[in-house]
Design a protein around this ligand. Structure first.
Ligand code: ADP
Length: 156
């Protein structure tokens, strides 16, 4: 069974993230969405809120697992015996960052974990969580950017 870990802060989980998960399911048997927990980093949504928001998107998809993870992703990969990190690339900025991460992760993991990069769909490549946070902060409509399940969690 081929397992990929899709790591991120997902603050909040957008349609761009959901598209990478959907496409990842065509390549892997299982996609584990690992929400990175960093107690020193201020987020708009708590780790538990993000866990709930994303879990509600995949309640009917047994091949997607959602979890919180504090620590190195290579440790999670070893624990889950995952084959690959799944990443989305929107721009050269993402590309350069992911190139470094992929090299480091391959070097410090044992067995070495591969990184699979998927290009963002053109219509989603400008979508980033920070922009959604800014819109939410000002009370703007974000329904074009978030999965329905996340939207209904936020509105509660
Ligand atoms: P963001 O960068 O928007 O704050 P994250 O850090 O949680 O979001 O991103 C987790 C992963 O999802 C990264 O690999 C990132 O490149 C990817 N990603 C984020 N937004 C998109 C998008 N719109 N399309 C494709 N991939 C994306």
């Amino acid at each position: 069974m081929k397992t990929a870990i899709f790591p991120g802060s997902f603050d909040p989980f957008t349609l761009g993230h959901a598209d990478i998960v959907q496409r990842g399911l065509q390549l892997f048997d299982k996609v584990v969405i690992a929400i990175g927990v960093n107690p020193d980093k201020k987020t708009m949504f708590s780790a538990e809120e993000r866990l709930q928001q994303i879990s509600s998107c995949y309640a009917d998809q047994p091949r997607v697992e959602v979890m919180l993870w504090q620590g190195l992703m290579v440790d999670l990969a070893r624990q889950l015996q995952a084959d690959c990190f799944l990443k989305g690339v929107r721009s050269v900025v993402d590309f350069e960052y992911e190139r470094t991460m992929a090299a480091v992760n391959a070097q410090i993991s044992d067995p070495s974990v591969e990184t699979c990069l998927l290009y963002a769909r053109p219509e989603l490549e400008s979508l980033q969580s920070s922009v959604v946070r800014e819109l939410l902060h000002h009370g703007a409509d974000v329904s074009a950017f978030l999965p329905q399940a996340v939207l209904s969690q936020i509105k509660r």
